[in-house]
Write a protein that binds this ligand. Structure first.
Ligand code: PLP
Length: 436
């Protein structure tokens, strides 16, 4: 049996639903027994002449002085690791630390038994999503996502993989719709595997569900898994950034974990937003199964096959920097400081939005993340894009338009004192167009 067959056999034996969900590429790929594989086996041997990595002959990098000076704040050992190749699956200590970070709060909630693999390092969350898309989607695999959604899903799943993307509204009559994913899949024949994207806190909505809404989401997805193998991608880009009291902040990956043998949650998260490390490009991909089992190993094998064949291996330098935060003992405190700062902006923005006095514009509920979403009435007689253009041309204000009728404010990148004025300009712009 070759290495691909062996990996597929392991997955089929441990989780038939995952085997059923794999795309044609997902079935073909596995981590090849070539250079990184052989180099990993040689690690720690007296002589390691496996990999094309320039060293002093004893495993130490040979940087130029300028590069070494740029990394001067790191210890000698960390600097060396930052300069050399990362393992394809990521640095082992960072993977352990991130797993602990993901699982913080589980023990206090009595949920420490929920399984999760050692996260695999990706080059930002976008890369993690595209790996999941490669493994599990293609022209015959429907992907459900509530609308409006982060536009890049269209590229990752629709354009690159040719997957049909089906949607249902995230909001109905101005209220969050917890049944959106199941509704999006309602016409898909029973038995046909599907993929669903659950992005909470959401982009563009800035919404996280209440406890009751979470239960409704879980129930609807469990019912869907009675009908078909269902892979649920938990895009946790904004994990933990929740501001309104009483709104749970734990990832729904844990709520969906171990609920149904055909409900397969996959967690995509990373340092991008959680540690404001946008340029670092450190993301993680985590499956909801035991970390040491054959299934975890086989899935990791598949992911490594894709990482190896696309980006080679993830960036060591930014992994070392993220690891330095996680092992500093100050990660929670530093995260909390940013969360508090965003919470202040959230409060001010919420008040400003409540004060909008326009028959043409309503603020949709938001409580978390980086954004708030406004919905224009069709009576404005203009598109969201036209409002955006007007604000740029006449009000020195940039926002994102999502057709046909949504306007997104990224309050994560506006000073709190400026937010009331931003809201005023948006409302004025909409009224101006409504009068024209
Ligand atoms: C919902 C969502 N997922 C994924 C990403 C991508 O994150 P990264 O920059 O780490 O690729 C973003 C970035 O804006 C996002 O909003």
């Amino acid at each position: 049996m070759d290495y691909v067959d062996a990996t597929n056999t392991a997955i089929r034996g441990a989780a038939p639903a995952i085997s059923h969900l794999l795309s044609a590429l997902g079935r073909r790929v596995a981590f090849p027994p070539d250079i990184p594989f052989q180099a990993a086996e040689a690690r720690g041997k007296e002589f390691n002449a496996t990999i094309g990595q320039i060293t002093d002959g004893a495993g130490r990098a040979l940087p130029g002085e300028s590069l070494a000076a740029g990394l001067a704040g790191l210890s000698d050992e960390q600097r060396n690791r930052a300069l050399l190749y990362s393992p394809v699956q990521g640095l082992p200590d960072l993977r352990e630390s991130w797993r602990e970070w993901q699982r913080r709060g589980l023990a206090a909630a009595g949920r420490e038994a929920l399984p999760s693999t050692l996260p695999i390092v990706t080059v930002g969350l976008t890369h993690g999503l595209s790996i999941v898309a490669d493994l599990f989607t293609g022209p015959k695999r429907t992907v459900a996502v509530p609308s409006p959604f982060w536009g890049n899903y269209r590229q990752t799943f629709g354009v690159r993989r040719g997957a049909p993307v089906v949607t249902a509204p995230s909001y109905v009559d101005g209220a969050f719709n917890p049944g959106a994913l199941a509704q999006a899949l309602v016409n898909l024949p029973e038995g046909e595997p599907a993929v669903a994207i659950l992005n909470l806190p959401s982009n563009p909505g800035g919404y996280s569900p209440t406890e009751a809404e979470r239960s409704q989401i879980v129930d609807s997805l469990v019912r869907e898994a009675d009908r078909r193998p269902l892979l649920v991608i938990c895009d946790d880009a904004y994990a933990g950034l929740v501001y309104a009291p009483g709104i749970p902040s734990a990832s729904m990956f844990w709520d969906l974990n171990s609920k149904h043998e055909r409900l397969i949650p996959v967690k995509v998260d990373g340092g991008t937003k959680e540690f404001s490390f946008f340029g670092g490009r450190v993301g993680f991909l985590t499956f909801g199964c035991e970390p040491d089992g054959e299934l975890a190993q086989a899935l990791e094998n598949k992911v490594k096959g894709l990482v190896r064949s696309t980006v080679g291996s993830p960036v060591s330098t930014s992994q070392i920097l993220l690891q330095s935060v996680l092992e500093s003992g100050r990660a929670e405190e530093e995260f909390e400081r940013v969360r508090q700062r965003l919470a202040e902006r959230y409060e001010i923005l919420k008040t400003s939005l409540e004060e909008i006095d326009s028959p043409h514009l309503r603020a949709l509920p938001f409580n978390s993340g980086c954004f708030s979403l406004l919905e224009m009435s069709s009576k404005v007689g203009a598109t969201a894009g036209e409002v955006r253009r007007l604000l740029l041309d006449e009000s020195e204000t940039g926002i994102v338009s999502i057709e046909p009728s949504f306007l997104r404010i990224a309050f994560c990148s506006v000073a709190k004192t400026a937010l009331p004025e931003v809201v005023r300009r948006i409302a004025d712009g909409v009224e101006t167009l409504a009068r024209r």
